[in-house]
Ligand binder design. Structure first.
Ligand code: NAP
Ligand code: F7E
Length: 333
């Protein structure tokens, strides 16, 4: 029998890669999209005729129940969230509604429609925030440093709680930063690779950043959706840390990105306090031993290869005048 999967956050970076993975494995894929006055499906435009789009919103309980009744999925991947950390200080309540309470709404919808549905929750390394141990693993205490991180801690614990309370097959993937040519332009990796491409093509003269000393464990998004899927194929539901086990600073990312375009970053990069955050996450590093052992998951692409891929994509896209998530360019990215 063909598996059916419902993805919330289909139109985001991870949703587009996950849809490709599931279609490739023979699933019938349903994607939740929220209503807006203009179509916002660029990242999945190349999959348009293979996915069933369902209008629903994490803010609206009834719409989630209807989406489940219509799709009758075996698996639900809850990727939808307000995912940009700085916005979570500007819109802390809305971030909590989407990113925290939205998880409960989806779990309640599953309870109402079909308790056999397997559930994946997109948790985040931002939950560790100011970590008490290095590297971070599943048992490392949480110390979130933003309203986004706090909301993700809620989403994580409510997932664990519904597993323990109602015996749902509910998994939480604690994913560290993952990037790609499909990353939103406000996140630092893409801001840098697009900035490099603009400078290379003579469209811009400088790149202005915030805290370049921050360190993250950055991996490739396409590889991370494989870990999500594997979590839902296990005999028992569980929580897993997913990352590369290698940390780099934003300054490293800058150096590698500029050198991939044969440019000297010192000629172009400035810093500005307006990009600093009220509370920073200084350093994160994943211990993915559990995912390595139990899921057989390991990252393949190196940090330098990832950044070079993103720089190449942005130079190609901007050089051809293609839109940000051009379906032509994305089909091969
Ligand atoms: P993203 O590109 O920002 O995508 C977020 C998605 O959520 C978009 O499809 C967005 O729809 C949707 N969404 C937001 N609010 C919604 C609502 N109220 N109802 C329905 N849909 C809504 O995020 P991503 O990078 O793919 O990340 C996917 C998930 O993993 C997120 O939950 C994120 O917090 C989490 N995460 C990401 C990373 C990372 O490094 N990328 C690491 C750990 C965890 P629109 O297109 O309509 O805005
Ligand atoms: O920042 C520093 C910034 O916005 C990374 C989300 O996907 O990953 C992401 O959250 C670092 C921070 O990602 C700029 O201060 C310096 O220390 O790319 P980012 P994030 O905040 O780590 C986690 C795992 C998620 O779950 C989130 O959803 O880079 N930084 N200068 C800057 N950051 C930005 N955005 N812009 C700058 O100019």
């Amino acid at each position: 029998m063909k598996g059916r999967a419902l993805i919330t956050g289909l139109t985001g970076q991870d949703g587009s890669y996950l849809a490709e993975l599931l279609l490739g494995r023979g699933y019938e894929v349903f994607g939740v999209v929220r209503r807006s006055s203009s179509v916002n499906c660029e990242r999945v435009a190349h999959l348009n005729d293979q996915i069933t789009f369902i209008q629903a919103d994490l803010l609206d309980q009834t719409s989630l129940i209807s989406a489940l009744r219509r799709a009758r999925p075996h698996e639900v991947y809850n990727l939808a969230a307000q995912s940009f950390v700085p916005t979570s200080w500007e819109q802390p309540v809305l971030t909590g509604e989407f990113t925290a309470l939205g998880v409960t709404r989806m779990l309640e919808a599953i309870r109402a429609v079909d308790r056999g549905i397997r559930f994946y929750q997109a948790s985040s390394s931002e939950m560790f925030g100011k970590p008490s141990e290095f590297p971070q693993r599943e048992t490392t205490p949480f110390h979130p440093r933003s309203p986004y991180g706090v909301a993700k801690v809620y989403g994580h614990y409510v997932t664990v709680n519904y597993r323990e309370s109602y015996d749902l097959f509910a998994c939480s993937g604690i994913l560290f930063n993952h990037e790609s040519p499909r990353r939103g332009i406000e996140f630092v990796s893409r801001k840098i690779t697009q900035g490099v491409a603009k400078i290379k093509l003579g469209l811009s003269k400088e790149l202005v950043l915030g805290n370049v000393d921050a360190q993250r464990d950055w991996g490739f998004a396409e590889e991370y959706v494989e870990a999500m899927w594997r979590m839902l194929q296990q005999d028992e539901p569980d929580d897993y840390v997913v990352g590369t086990g290698v940390a780099h600073s934003v300054a490293d990312l800058v150096r590698i990105a500029f050198s991939a375009a044969n440019l000297d970053w010192q000629d172009f990069v400035k810093t500005d306090e307006s990009f600093l955050r009220p509370a920073e996450v200084d350093h994160l590093l994943a211990d993915s031993s559990k995912a390595n052992t139990k899921l057989g998951w390991k990252p393949k692409i190196s940090f330098s290869e990832l950044i070079a891929m993103m720089v190449d994509y942005d130079i190609y896209r901007l050089g051809k005048g293609l839109p940000l998530y051009s379906s032509v360019a994305l089909a091969g990215s």
